[in-house]
Design a protein around this ligand. Structure first.
Ligand SMILES: NC(=O)c1ccc[n+]([C@@H]2O[C@H](COP(=O)([O-])OP(=O)(O)OC[C@H]3O[C@@H](n4cnc5c(N)ncnc54)[C@H](OP(=O)(O)O)[C@@H]3O)[C@@H](O)[C@H]2O)c1
Ligand SMILES: [Zn+2]
Length: 362
C-alpha cells in the first residue's frame, strides 16, 4: 500500500477447484447477475481496470461500467464515465479490432512487450491511478501475487468444479521463491457474502504490523460496509500484543445476536466477536478508521463504552468524527479513562474519501 503505486485489487470468479475458465474456446459463465453487479460497482470505484492480452484474446471484454447510474455518478464527480482500460499486451500484442480499442466509453493504454509490473504501476500512478482493479487472467493474477504487488483479492466462488488440467487456473505456479501470501502470512478475510449461489469473499494482504499498516487495512476494511447516506463507513481491527489479528468489524456488518445489523458499529462488532474473558484483550490495540462514538443515539452502549468494558488499553484512529451526524467526545473519554489514544491524521484523507458521500451531505 505504498503511496508511490496504486492500491491493487485482484478480481476474478473461479470454480471451487480454482479454475478461471474451462478449456473450451467458448466463454464460461462462472458467476451470476448479482455478482456481475458487484463487480460493476467495484469497477466504478476504481481508476483503472487491467487485464492481460490472453484475456483480451479469450473473452474480448469491453471493460466498461455497465450501470448508467454509476457512470452518471462518476461523471458528477468529474471522472470519466468508466475507468481507464489497461492491457498488458505482451510479446504478441492485441488485435486492433479488440473491443477495448474499438468500443467507446473509456480510454485504453496498451503496454507493448514484456514490462516490469513496478514500472507499469509507477506509470499508472503518474497518470493519476490510485485504485487499480486487475481482472485477470491466470498469468497476470499469478504475476501480481508472486511479486507481492496485490493489496486485495475479491473472488466469486462458483458452485461447481472444472477438473481439467488444460483449463486456466486462477493462480499458476509462482516460481522458486513461492507466493508471499503463504501459510506464514495469512491474508485478512475482510468480507464474505452469498450472492445467489455464488460465495463472494474479499481478502486484504497484510505486509507488516506497524500502526500505519494496520490502520490502513482498517480503512480498506471499511469499504466492505453496506453504503448508506446517513451513517459513516467505519472499519475496526483488534490486534493482540504479539501482532495476531483477533477480530475485525465494519459498520452494518451482520452478526448473529447483535440485533438489527443496520445499527451495528464497527468497533462493537469486532468486540462482540470475542469472548469478553479473552485475556489478550487486556493488552490489545483496537484500530478504528473513525473516532469511537460517544454518546450514541441508536443503542444504549457506545463504542467507547464497549472498548472500556473490554479493557482494551490502546486505540489507534485515523479521523476524528466531524460534528456532522453527532457531536462525539470518544477520544477524550477514552483518554480520561486511561486508554492510550493514538491519532494518525495522515490517514484521515483516506477515511474522508471512503465517506465522501456522507460528508458531502453535511
Ligand atoms: N474467471 C475470471 O474471472 C476470468 C477473468 C479473466 C480471464 N479469465 C480467463 O483467463 C484466461 C486467460 O488467462 P491467460 O493466463 O491466458 O492470460 P492473461 O493473464 O490475461 O494474459 C497473459 C498475457 O499477458 C501478457 N503479460 C503478462 N504479464 C505481462 C507483463 N508483465 N508485461 C507485458 N505483458 C504481460 C503475456 O505476454 P507474453 O505474450 O509476452 O507472455 C500474455 O500474453 C482465459 O481463459 C479467460 O477466460 C477468467
Ligand atoms: Zn460506534
Amino acid at each position: 500500500m505504498a503511496d508511490s503505486r496504486p492500491h491493487v485489487l485482484l478480481s476474478f470468479a473461479a470454480s471451487l477447484d480454482g479454475f478461471l475458465d474451462d478449456a473450451s474456446p467458448n466463454r464460461l459463465l462462472l458467476s451470476n447477475a448479482a455478482d456481475f453487479d458487484r463487480v460493476d460497482a467495484a469497477r466504478a470505484e476504481s481508476d483503472a481496470i487491467l487485464v492481460g492480452a490472453g484475456t483480451i484474446r479469450a473473452d474480448n471484454p469491453r471493460l466498461l461500467v455497465r450501470s448508467a447510474e454509476r457512470r452518471a455518478e462518476r461523471t458528477s464527480l468529474g471522472l470519466a464515465p468508466s475507468p481507464l482500460r489497461v492491457v498488458l499486451g505482451g510479446s504478441r500484442g492485441i488485435d486492433p479490432a479488440a473491443a477495448v480499442l474499438t468500443e467507446p466509453g473509456a480510454e485504453t493504454v496498451v503496454y507493448e512487450g514484456r514490462r516490469s509490473l513496478p514500472d507499469v504501476l509507477g506509470d499508472l500512478a503518474e497518470r493519476g491511478v490510485r485504485r487499480l482493479m486487475v481482472e485477470g487472467g491466470s498469468a497476470v493474477l499469478t504475476e501480481f501475487l508472486a511479486a507481492d504487488l496485490a493489496d486485495e483479492i475479491q473472488v466469486a466462488h462458483a458452485p461447481f468444479l472444472i477438473g481439467d488440467a488444460a483449463a486456466p487456473r486462477a493462480f499458476g505456479l509462482p516460481g522458486p521463491a513461492g507466493f508471499p501470501q503463504s501459510p506464514e502470512r495469512r491474508m485478512l478475510l475482510a468480507e464474505y457474502r452469498s450472492l445467489g449461489d455464488v460465495l463472494y469473499a474479499r481478502y486484504l494482504v497484510q505486509r507488516n504490523d506497524s500502526d500505519e499498516e494496520l490502520l490502513g487495512l482498517t480503512i480498506e476494511l471499511s469499504r466492505s460496509c453496506p453504503p448508506v447516506l446517513n451513517a459513516y463507513a467505519v472499519g475496526a481491527i483488534i490486534v493482540a500484543e504479539d501482532g495476531t489479528i483477533l477480530s475485525t468489524g465494519y459498520s452494518r456488518e451482520p452478526l448473529y445476536g447483535l440485533g438489527d445489523p443496520s445499527k451495528n458499529h464497527a468497533e462493537e462488532v469486532a468486540i462482540a466477536k470475542l469472548d469478553p474473558a479473552d485475556p489478550r484483550l487486556r493488552s490489545a490495540t483496537i484500530y478504528t478508521s473513525l473516532e469511537p462514538c460517544s454518546p450514541r443515539a441508536s443503542r444504549p452502549l457506545s463504542c467507547t463504552d464497549h472498548i472500556l468494558a473490554a479493557g482494551i488499553p490502546r486505540v489507534v484512529l485515523a479521523y476524528r468524527e466531524p460534528a456532522l451526524l453527532a457531536v462525539c467526545d470518544g477520544a477524550e473519554r477514552l483518554r480520561a479513562a486511561g486508554v492510550e489514544v493514538v491519532e494518525l491524521p495522515a490517514l484521515a484523507p483516506a477515511v474522508r474519501e471512503v465517506n465522501r458521500k456522507v460528508l458531502a451531505r453535511g
